[in-house]
Design a protein around this ligand. Sequence first.
Ligand code: ADP
Length: 278
Amino acid sequence: MNAKDPLLAARGDDPLAGYRLAQEPFYRPARNEIALYEQAYRHRMPLILKGPTGCGKTRFVERMAWALRRPLITLACNEDMTASDLVGRYLLDADGTAWHDGPLTMAVRYGAICYLDEVVEARQDTTVVIHPLTDARRVLPLDKKGEVVHAHPDFQLVVSYNPGYQSSAKDMKPSTRQRFAALEFDYPDAATESDIVAHEAGIAPALAERLVTLAHSTRALKHHGLDEGASTRMLIYAGLLIRDGVSPADSCDMTITQALTDDPDTCQALKQLVQAKF
Ligand code: ADP
């Protein structure tokens, strides 16, 4: 660490203090993903977490960062994101222009796990900056600053993407994806998912089980009117509203049916599924 770095002076001794998880995140494993991640982390292997939205990828990486005692810097990618948003830029302040590390540079410099959520949403000219970090070089060139940052030994890059509804234009390019090992995620088995929904929404197990069977029916509609079925996250939202006294029909309409589709026929089909369950 460079003690003269103005960022360090401003933030005390630990520039990543704000990115450390204070308590263990609740995470129910689906398979052996915890052990596999630990193995990959021993080699600081770049990782892709792939799977449908709302199935637990973000929670998993939080759980792992906590267990490995590493700070976690999470960035939700979008198409307006530029390379400067990741690596940093010169900004004007009272003393003139000063370089400000972006979140990726902070992670690389000081040794965090950097999680790029939905990485394919970012443009190729943005994500190309991660290439030299994902091979043996483990460096991040800051072209505008004229500096090459060598990754801290604890740094790891993790990205997520949902192979389900990407258009081929948004698939990960082979030149990018072949730099990563990948862990596949899916919604957990019914008992585990019910357990998660009951815990997260604070509802009775029997209600959580009903919501999970409803989710299974919606997931069967994938490619038959729906791009995706109801996610674990949606079930938690439904559970929260029901717990607060909203009727199951209204809760599920708001958090599942209307959230999943605008198509009137598919809406009707989903409403019938809800009616049959409650
Ligand atoms: P993703 O990153 O895949 O879109 P998240 O990790 O944000 O999904 O999961 C959505 C929510 O579902 C989480 O905030 C958490 O409440 C819950 N969740 C999903 N899977 C799990 C799991 N295996 N253990 C605990 N909570 C989970």
